[in-house]
Design a protein around this ligand. Structure first.
Ligand SMILES: NC(=O)c1ccc[n+]([C@@H]2O[C@H](COP(=O)([O-])OP(=O)(O)OC[C@H]3O[C@@H](n4cnc5c(N)ncnc54)[C@H](OP(=O)(O)O)[C@@H]3O)[C@@H](O)[C@H]2O)c1
Length: 341
């Protein structure tokens, strides 16, 4: 007995801001499994900023998403049929099965996950790729020392919220930057950051730097950048000598039309000399060898109730484009997911 399932494909490449017309919802007939394959019913799809980059046909660290193919994306779900000796029906798995209600795999890139203590959705967030991104940038690039001040932008989000909580667990002063009073309140009152700057209250780099200087009176020793633009330039102007800056993402620039000057262009390169700081970009998938260690630590902290997280959940695959466009405008509050079952 065959059945159908839905998926979303890239219909066209955006120029500037993504629109709903860049996506197409399709219904497909499921195909029978071949020997060695398994079928996963996806329960959640992860929506992530990197997907915007894949929609472009430009030089990047990864290949562009093909037009007409299922949109790339991380998923968690349960094995519902298996002709693969390593997976049985009922196994919970994380993989990259894309914007689709189900997927067929030969097992490559699928990881079994233990959902006895941690809800399955968290394996796409705090104990998944975003959590690991925070763990890597925090531990391997920033390496904050006691008494230092760490700043993190998009502080209420999937990555930023973990960075700040890791800093607090290590006893380091942490200042978040987030959009709006509600997100800032969450960052300080629920996540325990020492302070949070609402960047929407600032009109330019100078006024943002003034707000940050109040929140970080001893200057900034470490910065975890998720946003770029004015945020990056304001932070750079306040760096202490020998500061470390981890460039994780520059979401401000993701929707720039081709050829437009990046908003994250550094306005005062003299700060490299003044502060003798080190700035390093990184891509979490370059460090797969560290994932078991990092994710193990994060899972332990979540299970002990020491690491908190928040999710924004779109109710159905058909809402994925709208939720993704919202993510690129800061409408999400916490890890953006799509519920598929
Ligand atoms: N290097 C890596 O390997 C790696 C891996 C994962 C993620 N990342 C990057 O990490 C960053 C955070 O990702 P995430 O998954 O944790 O997302 P997220 O923080 O959960 O959501 C994105 C947040 O970015 C802010 N934002 C969105 N559009 C913006 C815009 N146009 N200008 C300024 N701010 C905007 C919003 O927060 P506010 O409302 O507070 O502004 C929004 O909630 C992204 O830049 C992403 O590309 C990098």
């Amino acid at each position: 007995m065959t059945h159908t399932y839905r998926r979303i494909v890239l219909a066209s490449r955006p120029s500037g801001w993504v629109t709903a017309e860049n996506f197409r919802l399709e219904t497909l007939e499921a195909v029978p499994l071949k020997e060695g394959e398994l079928r996963v019913r996806n329960h959640y799809l992860s929506l992530d900023p990197y997907m915007r980059g894949r929609m472009n046909d430009t030089k990047s660290y990864a290949q562009p998403q093909a037009i007409g193919a299922t949109m790339v994306g991380g998923t968690v779900g349960l094995v519902v049929e298996s002709k693969n000796p390593h997976f049985v029906v009922g196994d919970a798995v994380r993989g990259m099965l894309g914007w689709a209600e189900e997927g067929v795999s030969d097992g490559t890139g699928l990881t079994k996950i233990d959902t006895r203590q941690i809800p399955i959705s968290a394996f796409l967030g705090v104990v998944g790729m975003p959590g690991m991104t925070a763990w890597y940038g925090y531990n391997k690039i920033l390496e904050p020392r006691a008494g230092e001040t760490v700043v993190v932008s998009a502080a209420s989000g999937a990555v930023g919220s973990v960075v700040g909580q890791l800093a607090k667990l290590a006893g380091v002063r942490v200042v978040g930057i987030a959009g709006g009073p509600e997100k800032c309140r969450y960052v300080t009152e629920e996540l325990g950051f020492d302070a949070c700057v609402d960047y929407r209250k600032a009109s330019d780099v100078k006024s943002l730097a003034a707000l940050l200087a109040e929140a970080a009176p001893k200057g900034i020793d470490c910065h975890f950048e998720n946003v770029g633009g004015d945020v990056l330039n304001a932070v750079l102007s306040l760096l202490n000598p020998f500061a470390r800056v981890a460039i994780c993402g520059l979401i401000t620039d993701y929707n720039n039309p081709a050829g437009e000057m990046a908003k994250s262009a550094i306005v005062n390169p003299a700060m490299f000399l003044v502060a003798r700081f080190k700035m390093q970009g990184f891509i979490v998938s370059d460090h797969l060898d560290l994932w078991p260690l990092g994710l193990g630590e994060l899972a332990g902290l979540v299970a002990e109730g020491k690491l908190r997280y928040r999710e924004s959940i779109a109710p159905d695959l058909a809402h994925a484009p709208e939720a993704f466009i919202g993510l690129l405008q800061g409408k999400n509050f916490g890890k953006q997911l799509v519920k598929l079952i």
